[in-house]
Write a protein that binds this ligand. Structure first.
Ligand code: PRX
Length: 648
């Protein structure tokens, strides 16, 4: 790691940023010393229907576990994102939408127009019987209607569960049934990189496994798709004739806002549940401070709304702050590798926020694609979702940002609701690859993975958070026990992030990656258990073990060891079939990069698969496999080594 490459805070930033170095220090100390006082202040960013008295009522101790913020206050998040910006901002842009195909026209929605569309759609949902607390599944592409759908749910107190439009029908069905949702909002098709994504067909396939009462379908590409009478209705018809005003539901701060499924180290994806008041304060505060957001600037977070980054930093954070948020339907390499930077120029984007995987893919294509665009509007760059390697950081900084724009490398998780560890552009000198310092109110610590004791000073260990913050998830939907087990049992009294981390002598935090059985593929979380379970669902597969492997573009790739059924020949054709199978079962993001057929997997005498060894082989770090003496059959490892497929 290039610890020596330190970029001091540029003078403009030191002088003009919302948060400078001194202010960061003072505010951070205050946020820890007197959280009630600090958060009472920050909570003023919300227009409350009923003021809260209680600020923080939290404990991570098992006997007394509770996470409640602003618990006697009430608010409506959609009203906070829209109504209170009216009438002053009614004609100001809320959402800029850039389609997949640059030849097609984009769209602009003002705060007034967005308010009207949200109200109409909220009224339509209410008229259809959707009530406060009901779960609404959203399976939409990156179109403004996705934001309309989210805000309409928030307006009437329905809990949205967005399923990334790249997930398969099976994955969609699992999520619909887990949260017992009886309505799905979708589109005929999505468009990405010139290719159609058959969303309605996927919904129909999912609904063969789990029934719902209603499907509302946006006509996006105009594709002729089958319609189920009585169940399916056109988006336009659904909202037609609904009044343009809709009374917002009064929500308690701790009422659920949304569920978002994410992968863990075991079992099926968990429904991460976020509530209303704390989340609103958290995303508004972090969006403003991390991005130093200024009114009138165009802000672009390139994440899909199917991930938490899209929830917090395409929709809720920016709209809470009355920002102009750009929504991009397309991909970085279509029609060519200049696409991101052309969009930056087209809309004079000031802040650009994306995942390192996209940057690495573009970096590979050479600087010309970037250099032929201007990018002079850019003032700040952001990174999210995975560690950014110093090479990609340098490229982002020097080539994309012309050595002019600070980079905020934001570490956080679906569970944390918003940024937890990040440099602030006016406060911190940057070290490429380091997420740097904690956000206000966040108390990170490193613990010894073996015994859980807290490690001081420059050190490396498991990353935990010692106390609650307002944007924290509140439970796993329908399984509170799993919530406690997953996050608070390993190191009792502390929130365990699942990440490893190093702290250097200057106090900078460096995330080293997951230390549980979760891998990070192109900035997306994937449970190895999920891929294994998809593989063993195939008739030819007896057993499977999945680990991460280093991948130049994706960060981590998926390496699967597969033992076939006794009578099944492991052929090249089967390998291809299994790759397709996993894509179909979960979605293209779960595509295995390598499948190695193995007559047997390395197991301890008690039958536990030794993943450490499998990881080393996948990483091609086979010089030192460590202690293999506890293996039931050490020859298994020799076979794995001898038959390791050539990995490009
Ligand atoms: O391993 C960390 C990695 O992504 C995980 C969280 O994934 P997810 O819940 O899908 O949320 C992604 C978007 C916030 C973390 O446990 N991660 C996220 N951001 C960073 C990161 N790793 C290193 N540096 C980051 N900036």
């Amino acid at each position: 790691m290039s610890e020596h490459a330190v970029h001091p805070v540029p003078q403009w930033w030191a002088e003009n940023a919302l948060i400078g170095a001194d202010e960061y220090a003072v505010k951070y100390r205050a946020s820890i010393a007197d959280p009630d006082d600090f958060w009472r202040g920050e909570a003023q960013r919300v227009t409350w229907m009923k003021r809260f008295n209680s600020v923080k009522n939290t404990s991570f101790d098992a006997e007394d576990f509770r996470i409640r913020w602003f618990e006697d206050g009430t608010l409506n998040l959609a009203a906070n994102c829209l109504d209170r910006h009216l009438p002053a901002k009614a004609n100001d842009t809320a959402i800029l939408w850039e389609p997949d195909d640059p030849a097609r026209p984009g769209r602009t929605l003002t705060y007034g127009e967005l308010h009207e569309q949200v109200c109409q759609f909220a009224n339509a949902l209410r008229a259809d019987g959707v009530k406060k607390g009901d779960r609404v599944t959203i399976y939409l592409p990156m179109v403004p209607e996705a934001a309309v759908a989210m805000l309409a749910c928030a307006r009437i107190g329905a809990v949205h569960s967005i399923v990334f439009a790249g997930f398969s029908p099976d994955a969609l069905a699992g999520r619909i049934s887990d949260c017992e949702s009886d309505i799905v909002l979708t589109a005929d098709e999505g468009l990405r990189g010139g290719k159609a994504v058959p969303l309605k067909a996927n919904v129909d396939a999912a609904l063969e496994k789990v029934g719902v009462r209603r499907v509302v379908m946006l006509r996006h590409t105009g594709k002729d798709v089958p319609i189920v009478e009585g169940r399916d209705v056109d988006w336009a018809d659904y909202a037609a004739g609904q009044p343009a005003e809709c009374e917002p539901e009064e929500m308690n701060a701790e009422d659920p806002l949304f569920i978002l499924y994410t992968s863990g180290s075991t079992g099926k994806p968990k429904g991460v549940l976020h509530t209303t008041g704390g989340y609103a304060v958290w995303v508004s505060m972090t969006h403003e401070y991390t991005f130093d957001y200024r009114a009138g600037e165009v802000y672009w977070c390139a994440a899909d709304i199917g991930w938490v980054t899209g929830h917090s930093y395409v929709v809720y954070g920016p709209l809470m702050n009355g920002a102009i948020t750009l929504m991009f339907e397309g991909v970085p390499n279509y029609p060519d590798f200049s696409r991101f930077w052309q969009v930056v120029d087209k809309y004079d984007v000031a802040t650009f926020y994306a995942a390192p995987t996209a940057l690495r893919a573009l970096m590979r294509e050479g600087d010309e694609w970037v250099k032929k665009t201007s990018r002079k509007s850019l003032r700040l760059l952001g990174s999210v979702g995975e560690p950014i390697n110093p090479e990609a950081w340098d490229w982002y900084y020097n080539v994309v940002g012309d050595a002019r724009c600070p980079i905020v490398d934001t570490w956080w998780q679906t569970e944390t609701g918003g940024h937890m560890i990040t440099p602030l552009p006016g406060a911190h000198a940057l070290k490429p690859g380091s997420a740097s310092f904690p956000m206000f109110g966040v108390q990170p610590a490193l613990v010894d993975p073996a015994d859980g004791h807290i490690l001081d000073g420059a050190n490396e260990g498991a990353l935990v958070i010692l106390d609650s913050w307002p944007g924290q998830m509140r439970t796993v939907y329908g399984d509170h026990n799993r919530f406690i087990q997953t996050y608070f049992s390993q190191y009792p009294g502390k929130y365990f992030t699942g990440d490893g981390c190093r702290r250097d002598a200057d106090g900078y935090y460096w995330i080293t990656g997951r230390i549980d059985d979760v891998i990070n593929v192109s900035g997306h979380r994937m449970g190895t258990a999920e891929v294994e379970s998809a593989l063993v669902d195939h008739d030819a597969v007896a057993e499977a073990a999945v680990v991460g492997m280093p991948h130049d573009i994706k960060g981590q790739g998926i390496y699967a060891y597969v033992t076939t059924m006794e009578d099944v020949e492991p052929t090249e054709a089967l390998r291809k079939e299994l790759v397709q199978w996993v894509r179909k079962e979960i979605g293209p993001i779960a595509t295995p990069d390598v499948i190695q057929f193995a007559p047997a997997l390395p197991k301890t005498r008690s039958g536990k698969i030794m993943r450490r060894i499998l990881r080393k082989i996948a990483e091609n770090d086979t010089g030192n496999l460590g202690d293999t003496s506890t293996l039931a059959d050490p020859s298994v490892v020799e076979d794995l080594l001898a038959n390791r497929p050539h990995v490009a």
